[in-house]
Design a protein around this ligand. Structure first.
Ligand code: GCB
Length: 579
């Protein structure tokens, strides 16, 4: 799936702005034909979650209608172009109409979907309407409103408001831009780029998907940058380009090349697409994670797309700031906890040299029989869509197929075998992982190349006892490695911390406690040769459901506050990671 772009053959406009929004708790919209256009809406920002824009609907997750109007830009022409509307992310469910015609529906937040509108669009006065809802249900992914018994999960969600089975606020709405875009008929539909290194030569294999399906065409390729200008031409759907003395991509030198593909018919170009690519390899050998053949150690964070007022809405300035903070601390990586991040976040990782463990929205999964087939089908859809979206990013070094599944029932294992088989078939070039709190009891590590462990000994257990917590961590890491003999990343560890609260000797919730706990953990991790990375939970404080252990509806494990001010731990990490 190619991100829309503008060039002499393609055009794209962003429909973001202030839309009309109407809440519909009684479900009146369909019978009242709101899909053809409605009145009485209130102004609402797109992209943004709706929850924190209004005083009366913070916890409301139900039926909600969005509407905007647009005219086709000058020069666009539905009789010779293909026009589409693309939603970059809507949480959780969307049904969409244009000028009263139903375009379709989509389930699952955080991944893009689009509709061909060529036959519905008018030159002027188009009305685009979406019904959106984010109700929490056991057969959705991520699930919510899950019963609390050992068939499902130990903690009861009824004690959370809203009752999510995951620890972040279930923000709803059109959370990333909505794009209207035009391509030529028979346009290039997809590109897959796989890179390899032979000595000092970079090998770039490009396959073209869906190009000019109905007409004979020739594809011209140009790879440019770092002094290279390599051209190739083929009537087949695949080409390999060799780059002598390639400038490899790495966190220290995130070198990118521009790969341009032009489709021609009878010698004349009719479509063009340009993609930034990085030449690099990623592999696991023994206990090591290798980037470009050399061992690499991950230092970084789990994070959330979360900011006051916009909720989970795309906020480019926050993305830029978060990368600046991560660089300042000395991080080189992060995991997209617990759902795919925006395309803008991914593009900047390529540019700035961050390594990403790219996670699907499969968080809080449980394996009781009811709804299981549906949850698996959704996870398969997310895996396919995530790989289709992110496969060409050099920054993506691994796929995470779940976070903290409640996987003690026997049905968990075939579930993850199925998902990891799918993932490997779609992308044999990247390691597969999942993040667990079960430790050595996580049977599905059998299907993974890398093991991600989340640990809070010294916080939820061994509370107030940092040294005991660290000893516990050491023992668990050893047990995990003994059982599976695969490299480990500690993908979560941390402590809730109230900024400005101090205690000496360190006490839970004090800034000193967080700094000391992170330090003790890092000392343990550095003593284990099979550990290849450490990701602190979390970069920033973030909003979650209200619960007794979540003061003010916040998870306070950030080393920065929600408005991005450093706690003591950020300075401590900076010392540890930059030295
Ligand atoms: C976890 C979860 C994460 C939570 C975190 C916590 O293990 O993966 O989503 O926010 O613990 O702070 O409890």
């Amino acid at each position: 799936m190619l991100y829309p772009q503008s060039n002499p053959f393609r055009q794209c406009v962003d429909l973001s702005g202030i839309w009309d929004l109407r809440f519909d708790p009684e479900g009146d919209g369909i019978k009242s034909n709101w899909f053809a256009g409605f009145t009485g809406g209130r102004p609402a920002a797109v992209p943004a979650s709706w929850n924190d824009q209004f005083e009366d609907r913070r916890d409301y997750l139900g039926n909600t209608w969005y509407q905007t109007r647009f005219d086709l830009p000058w020069g666009w022409d539905a009789s010779r172009q293909q026009l589409r509307v693309r939603f970059n992310s809507v949480n959780y469910f969307a049904e969409v109409w244009l000028n009263g015609a139903r375009l379709g529906q989509h389930e699952g937040g955080h991944l893009p979907f689009e509709f061909d509108v060529t036959s519905h669009v008018r030159r002027e006065g188009n009305v685009l309407v979406a019904r959106v809802e984010g109700e929490l249900a056991p057969d959705r992914v991520p699930p919510g409103n899950v019963p609390s018994d050992p068939q499902h999960m130990f903690l009861t969600q009824k004690e959370n408001n809203p009752p999510s089975s995951f620890d972040f606020f279930p923000f709803c709405g059109i959370q990333r831009p909505v794009l209207l875009y035009a391509t030529p008929r028979d346009a290039l539909g997809d590109l897959t780029v796989i890179t390899d290194i032979a000595g000092t030569t970079g090998r770039v294999r490009v396959s073209v998907g869906d190009a000019g399906a109905s007409v004979p065409h020739t594809a011209r390729f140009a790879l440019r940058g770092h002094g290279a200008n390599i051209l190739a031409e083929t009537t087949a759907d695949e080409v390999e380009m060799r780059v002598p003395d390639a400038a490899l991509w790495s966190p220290e030198a995130p070198n990118l090349y521009d790969l341009t593909i032009e489709l021609t018919r009878d010698g004349a170009p009719y479509d063009r697409y340009t993609l930034s690519i990085g030449i690099r390899t990623i592999a696991i050998e023994g206990d090591a994670l290798l980037l470009n053949g050399k061992p690499i150690y991950l230092k970084g964070f789990g994070r959330h797309e979360d900011f006051p007022i916009v909720g989970r809405g795309l906020a480019p300035a926050v993305i830029v700031k978060d990368y600046a903070l991560m660089k300042w601390v000395g991080a080189n990586s992060f995991r997209t906890t617990h759902y795919p991040y925006s395309e803008q976040m991914m593009d900047l990782a390529d540019r700035l040299g961050f390594l990403i463990i790219d996670e699907t929205p499969a968080v809080g999964l449980f394996f009781a029989a009811e709804g299981l087939a549906r949850r698996l089908e959704l996870c398969r859809q997310y895996t396919r869509d995530l790989i289709a979206r992110d496969k060409n990013h050099p920054s993506v070094i691994a796929w995470s197929i779940a976070n903290e599944p409640h996987s003690w029932l026997p049905s968990a294992k075939p579930f993850f075998k199925n998902l990891s088989d799918l993932c490997r078939a779609l992308d044999p070039t990247r390691p597969i992982t999942l993040a667990t709190y079960l430790g050595a009891a996580e049977e599905s590590f059998e299907f993974c190349d890398l093991m991600c462990l989340n640990r809070y000994a010294g916080w939820y257990s061994q509370s107030g006892k940092i040294e005991e917590g660290a000893a516990c961590l050491a023992a668990e890491l050893d047990a995990l490695y003994q059982k599976f003999r695969k490299p480990v990343i500690l993908t979560e560890f941390g402590a809730d911390t109230i900024a400005g609260f101090h205690a000496q000797p360190p006490e839970m919730f004090a800034e000193e406690y967080q700094a000391e706990m992170l330090t003790a953990y890092i000392n343990v991790l550095r003593s284990k040769s099979f550990v290849v990375g450490e990701h602190v939970w979390n970069l920033c404080d973030f909003k979650t459901s209200q619960a007794v252990q979540r003061m003010g509806g916040m998870n306070l494990k950030g080393v920065f506050t929600r408005d991005r001010r450093p706690k003591l731990a950020a300075h401590r990490l900076r010392e540890l990671w930059r030295s």
